[in-house]
Design a protein. Sequence first.
Length: 117
Amino acid sequence: MIQSGSAPNASATVEVERETSGRNHQPEATSDGHVDGNALAGPLSEVFAVDLTTATSRCAHCGCAGPLARLHVYAQAPGFVARCQRCKEVVLRIVHAKDAVWLDMSGTASLAIPTPQ
């Protein structure tokens, strides 16, 4: 979790790597500039050993539940901002800096990660 006062601020210089971990799929942006949650696969794979795009998240704001792949992802910032597909509130933010990956999930009430059968 990001602690108050410890996250990069607007004046911080952050180098962002937007690799897709060898994936050939480049999500198409919609008219408002977002792509689907599959854009989070690469950045999240740097932190987690499983593909989280199939995990079920629950929005802390409206309670909408669904796979991370359904979130609306905005990648024009110095990182990725994922918003709820229903209420458009921020569910998840991820920023890759030189020395750390910042993951803010304060808009996520829960995350159910599927286990292999």
